[in-house]
Design a protein around this ligand. Structure first.
Ligand SMILES: Cc1cc2nc3c(=O)[nH]c(=O)nc-3n(C[C@H](O)[C@H](O)[C@H](O)COP(=O)(O)O)c2cc1C
Length: 151
């Protein structure tokens, strides 16, 4: 999916005191979503279960970030990073995500992810960084700049 129009630029704030939690099978299909994840992504929990986690993939994110994510899960069993996600209504939210394995009798059975809000400065930094990576990799890029919110 690619966006060309400015109506896709609305940001939704991530609550500071709640964790956004989901779990997937080993292929990235959502098996659990908490209410906060449903709320922040704009979906009902039932709409998320059974869907691939790329249901919230934002087109501003570089492909290479997800390649690294899956490589890191395979090699180290964990990954963490800054992610811009897409809501059902096409607005977006930024999070810091930590993904790790869920083990049953020492066997890896699922992955779980916990996400928290990030600072304005981190959003600006990672938007620029991801714009640059996408440009370098010949991926479609729209340059986004953020205005500091008045507090
Ligand atoms: C536990 C877990 C959580 C994930 N959370 C997200 C997420 O919040 N947003 C996202 O875009 N991808 C997330 N992914 C990665 C997706 O599975 C997928 O690789 C990514 O969206 C890129 O999709 P694509 O390869 O179809 O372009 C997660 C993967 C796992 C295993």
């Amino acid at each position: 999916m690619q966006f060309n129009q400015s109506e896709f630029l609305c940001e939704v704030s991530v609550p500071k005191d709640e964790l956004i939690v989901s779990r997937t099978d080993l292929k990235g299909i959502i098996t659990f979503a908490n209410d906060t994840f449903a709320q922040i992504s704009g979906y009902e929990v039932d709409e998320l279960i059974g869907q691939p986690h790329n249901i919230v993939r934002h087109p501003d994110m570089p492909k290479s970030t997800y390649k690294e994510l899956w490589e890191s899960l395979e090699e180290k069993g964990k990954w963490s990073g800054f992610v811009k996600n897409l809501r059902k209504d096409f607005s977006f939210y930024w999070v810091f995500a930590e993904i790790s394995g869920v083990y049953k009798n020492a066997e890896l059975v699922e992955y779980k992810s916990i996400r928290v809000p990030i600072s304005f400065e981190d959003k600006v930094y990672y938007q620029k960084k991801y714009d640059e990576i996408r440009k370098q990799n010949g991926e479609y890029t729209r340059i986004i700049s953020y205005e500091k919110p008045s507090s």
